[in-house]
Design a binder for this molecule. Sequence first.
Ligand code: CO
Length: 171
Amino acid sequence: MAKLPILLYPSPIIRKRSLPVASIHGELQRFIDDMVETMYAAPGVGLAAPQVGALKRVIVLDPHEDRKPSRLLTLINPEIVAADGKIVEEEGCLCLPDLKEGVARFNRVVVKAYDRNEKEIVLEGSGLLARILQHEIDHLNGVLFIDRLSTAKRQLLNRRLKKAGRERGLG
Ligand code: CO
């Protein structure tokens, strides 16, 4: 396994739409192992493939503090099929280090996906699990949590991000 570099905002790759995975072959299995290692090392509670430069519809997540490998979820071609409730909680992203903002999300989602063994699974999550699922599936569509903030908040933040980008020489 190998730790992969995480792309930082404003990388253009994290703004692209990822493509569905057609077959779960050996190379993809190794890539998923690398994603898992990268997520735990970050440390993060979730990671989407485009964050490490691969435009594939794959996410890994582990919302539990204890980090037992049995809690790890790998979802391939995940799709939200039902959602309800609304809740605002603070959220961050490995592509935008040091930034935390309150984001409104569904409180409960039902997600359909394939696991690593090509088995179709249906997963229901609420609270933190629901939040991570929505955040990571957004990544597969090139959407970042800052896109989900109010217009006023986003404008304020854009100015801050541009300034930080200039200071890092990113323009
Ligand atoms: Co993120």
